[in-house]
Design a protein around this ligand. Sequence first.
Ligand SMILES: [Zn+2]
Length: 310
Amino acid sequence: MHRLTLGDFELSIFSDGTYPLDGGAFFGVVPKIMWSKKVACDERNYVTTGLNSLLIRTGEHNVLVETGMGNKLSDRMIKFYGQPAKLLENLSAAGVSPEDIDIVINSHLHFDHCGWNTVRDKNGKIVPTFPRAKYYAPEGEWQYARKPSERDAISYISENYDPLVESGRMTLLKGGQEIVPGISVETFRGHTASMQGIIVQGNQGSRALPPGAEAHRLLHPDGTAKAVPFPDHAPATACYISDLIPTTAHIDITWGMGFDLYPLDTIESKKRYYARAIPEGWITVFTHDPRIPWARVERDASGKLVAKEI
Ligand SMILES: [Zn+2]
């Protein structure tokens, strides 16, 4: 069980399972002789890929970021990817029911990120999996998903979002918006044009202070704030950066996925992300890492980017 406290928020990782993905597609132009040192593949060249959702308990809201692959894949897609469909049972094992989720946020609308947004009921009708939840997704993604290119049309399954938009359950985001206090979205172009990272700032009083700062303000229930020593490496910010940096093996600026529609923008977006995430000690959540769902990305003495496990 991966769980941590981020200021006033509690963060936990819930997996929808793992699935096989072609290693060449996963690492784009990076030669196998290099990526195979970091990630094992089978005889068909498949690597094991995770499906990590992030649950944020703010005290007021239960916010679920990303809903995995779901259980509505076609037979043809099941042949490629299987259909692990573990998210609901993993949530249930931790005592979280679909009714407990207030808010669902999708970074983008590829099928492996929003699959459990909806399910088929016993009459075959598409209904929200999380009956009380408000859903959020990038507006640009939804526009694109209606007319995707031939290259990635297979990645968009209308049933995961169109019924929610039509019924008014899904709010479309422009980027740069705060959804609830401490949880906001920001567009990082590269994997797609409109993919958004979800930025979580757990302790309102310590937002601007990086780890190692001398003190941070702790807000007490009685409303008073007092300075207390900042614990070593206490995290203040986490970011679900989604397919911009899908696993710890993709942290290098130039290690993008073959799926990225705008690979040069992936590089620029990673630079923009690290320019804040590294000095401020952010926790990066890795959407597709089957082993290390979150870590702090740092530079080692030689300047190389490394993932420091938490
Ligand atoms: Zn994607």
